[in-house]
Design a protein around this ligand. Structure first.
Ligand code: ASP
Length: 414
């Protein structure tokens, strides 16, 4: 058991390096089709397994987290702190994204691209705020599970967890059932995670083999811009919050979070990375009940990387379209990108769909998304890595805040 724990991140890292090497060989020898036909299917099977486990994991771990906090006050206190951390860091992420995008833009580094002939973007239906609000309350519980609508699943978990607590003595049977089911699902999850090096290797080889040429193309600059934003946000915001709020050495923080970061980078899904994030948070000393609450919530609503990507992409596409954005419009981007990132599901490619919402709000042609469509996965790898790191950082900080609070009230009671 211990042996596996220690070796899994190393296995993932080796799979990552091997995947890149094989992908490069296939790319340069023109064998990209080989990776699509024979390697990617194994990655797809692995991702399917993760998707299949994700609804029960979120539902059960959140209910279990709420129930194990044992009192509604603590749920409220953790919830408020978590949401405050998420909102502030996401808004900061937007500002960082905009700063980099504007530096690149004013240096003339964003090339003027045009839509490919005949490229068509299926414009997703964009909803207004009230529709979004209504949409998170399920009218049918099973439907929410079937569609894996994570915001609705979270609302269901909050209601059920709260109701179990409110039922007191009589809710004990439900409480035990949830914790037993949670244990079983965790075992299944451990098994699926043990297969992750296979998923990482096959997906990485496929991405590099099929998209390598694009990296070398003119989109490299906008990718570089987004990645600079990701890196600065991680180094600035997460290092600072680990140090200032959790009293933790930032290097220790990133070491502890590295397995989830690598996994997120290759799986491009915060939801799928959830099991690994949980292990990392535990290894960094986050309380189990807090991590069980914060991480599933974060994998669904906390997307700092996605926010940076949406800001950079919006400025880039606006430049492509010849639109000059004013300061007021930049402020609107911060608000809409924050909301769009909250609404982004923790699955591969979801951030690009929500980018349509930001572009619409800014009056920029949604068809322009086609320009970056081909390399979205490369953006997605970095943004998911950042999204997951933010969730882990939050669980560590909230744990510290709750411990301090408990210490203070214990001190006051003496
Ligand atoms: N793939 C991202 C995630 O799962 C969401 C996105 O596409 O931005 O966190």
């Amino acid at each position: 058991m211990n042996k596996r724990r220690i070796s899994l991140p190393v296995q993932i890292l080796m799979a990552l390096i091997l995947g890149i090497a094989v992908g490069l060989v296939c790319f340069f020898t023109g064998m990209a089709d080989f990776t699509t036909s024979y390697l990617k299917p194994f990655g797809t099977i692995f991702v399917n397994l993760l998707k299949f486990i994700v609804v029960p994991v979120v539902l059960l771990s959140m209910i279990d987290g709420i129930v194990s906090m044992d009192d509604m006050k603590k749920v409220g206190s953790v919830g408020v702190k978590t949401m405050a951390y998420f909102l502030v860091t996401t808004a900061v992420a937007c500002v960082i994204g905009l700063i980099f995008a504007n530096i690149f833009n004013s240096a003339g580094l964003f090339p003027t691209l045009s839509l490919e002939e005949g490229a068509v973007w299926d414009k997703p239906t964009t909803a207004n705020f009230m529709d979004t609000l209504i949409g998170i309350f399920p009218s049918n519980m099973w439907d929410a599970f079937v569609r894996a609508d994570m915001l609705q699943v979270i609302v269901i978990a909050l209601f059920l967890g709260g109701a179990i607590l409110a039922a007191g003595e009589k809710g004990h049977l439900c409480r035990d059932m949830v914790s037993s089911a949670n244990e079983v699902i965790n075992r299944l999850m451990e098994f699926i995670i043990s297969l992750s090096p296979i998923g990482v290797f096959t997906m990485m080889a496929w991405v590099v083999a099929t998209q390598g040429a694009e990296i070398l193309g003119h989109l490299a600059l906008v990718l570089l811009c987004a990645y600079l934003g990701y890196a600065v946000h991680a180094l600035l915001v997460y290092s600072l919050s680990a140090r200032a709020f959790a009293g933790m050495n930032p290097i220790r923080f990133f070491q502890g979070a590295s397995a989830a970061m690598i996994f997120a980078f290759t799986s491009t899904s915060s939801a799928a990375t959830l099991p690994v994030s949980k292990e990392c948070a535990a290894e960094l000393g986050a309380d189990d009940d807090i991590a069980s609450f914060v991480l599933p919530l974060g994998a669904t609503v906390n997307m700092d990387g996605t926010a940076i990507y949406q800001c950079v992409a919006t400025v880039f596409l606006a430049t492509c379209a010849g639109v000059h954005l004013s300061m007021g419009q930049m402020a609107t981007i911060v608000v809409t990108a924050t909301l769009a990132s909250i609404g982004t599901a923790g699955v591969s490619g979801a951030g690009m769909i929500m980018l349509a919402m930001v572009l619409t709000a800014m009056g920029i042609d949604v068809n322009l998304i086609m320009i970056i469509y081909g390399v979205d996965r490369l953006f997605d790898m970095g943004r998911t890595c950042l999204n997951v790191t933010g969730d882990i950082a939050c669980s560590v900080c909230v744990t510290k805040w709750e411990r301090d609070k408990a210490e203070k009230s214990a001190g006051a009671a003496k």
